[in-house]
Design a protein around this ligand. Sequence first.
Ligand code: PMP
Length: 419
Amino acid sequence: MPDALLLILKLFTLSLDIQKIRNDFPILNQQIYNKPLVYFDNGATTQKPQVVIDEEVKIYSKENSNIHRGVHYLSEQLTQRHEDARKVVQKFINAQHDHEVIFTGGTTESINTIAFSFGEKYINEGDEIIISTLEHHANIVPWQMLCERKKAVLKVIPINEKGELLLDEYQKLISAKTKIVAVNQVSNALGTVNDIKKIIDLAHQNKIPVLIDGAQSVQHGEVDVQDLDCDFYVFSGHKVYGPNGIGVLYGKEKWLNEMPPYMTGGEMIKKVTFEKTTFNELPFKFEAGTPNYVSAIALATAINYIQELGLENIAAYEKELLEYGTEKLGSIEGLRIIGTAENKVSVISFNLDNIHHYDAGMVIDKMGIAVRTGHHCAEPLMDSLNVEGTIRASFSFYNTKEEIDKLYEAILTVKQMFS
Ligand code: PMP
């Protein structure tokens, strides 16, 4: 087939019908301050398609029953749906086994679980843990607290002025005392995509396990934990078009089997006597208490939804939005984009000369546009960039170039108001 024809075919298959997609998200179809809502706060949380909302309503209206315990019909049916949801997540990240997928309350809970449980077993006085300057507080504080408990040392990979990790410096930080590396795949504040394959390879050459915080990456492109060979991978349901209060902790079977449980109670036990308790097998050992089965099942619905759109298509379209937005907003005098990595997802963080980000955010809000302002739960990163905070626009596949034009106009208004 001639090259031109192939290209046309590829473009055709890569296209998303954005208007049709927008109709799947009821929240987008409303006015804020009498203006059509422009939702550019997808880094904080994504909106939910009708199928996800319907799934929850259906469970509560027809199927609800506590799972794993009952012998009655509803309980058995919903237990099956819950375990099917685990398989959907397994396929989504290409985990080898479904029992390597633990349902948690979100990324924060997943990281705390690993920091506590891995830390209990493997971290001793003088050991070192490597994180990076780009981390969200959720991937800093649990490690800091572990270091305090065990008298271990936290080491931090520095960044360059574009907001990219300095991998040569990372290599220098690795030592015989390093026990774990924990980094994000994508920075929530800047959108930088880290070369995690290289980070993992370097750690593994030294037999060090790696945790990847995927809170900002699973929604933007395909993830294959076996190909990455990461030891742990975590993400939140609400950032991948699913419900709140559900998240995923993927861990290699070997680690999860060796690590002690984090939370204890019902479901995670095999046998309890007042003298001694034995623990359940994976994944239940890490799922104490009644699971959030409604959200787990609705998360699987959200994953099926984005997989039907195609993560490749999503990535291609969001790249288009990023390029358009970077050029358009970058053309505004006095606007400085913070985070200009070569490899980014659809996030634009910026500041305006002499205008505080909160002031700008409040004016932009009055035009019906939702952006996030502040330190984005990444205070050490803001410090290292010498900024107090930024204005962040994070785009999803349901956003449009016309909406970016509206943000552009809003920023011009902000500038005028404060000049
Ligand atoms: N890590 C990153 C990179 C994030 O962006 C976030 C959420 N902003 C978190 C961790 C924490 O996620 P959650 O609040 O859903 O637990």
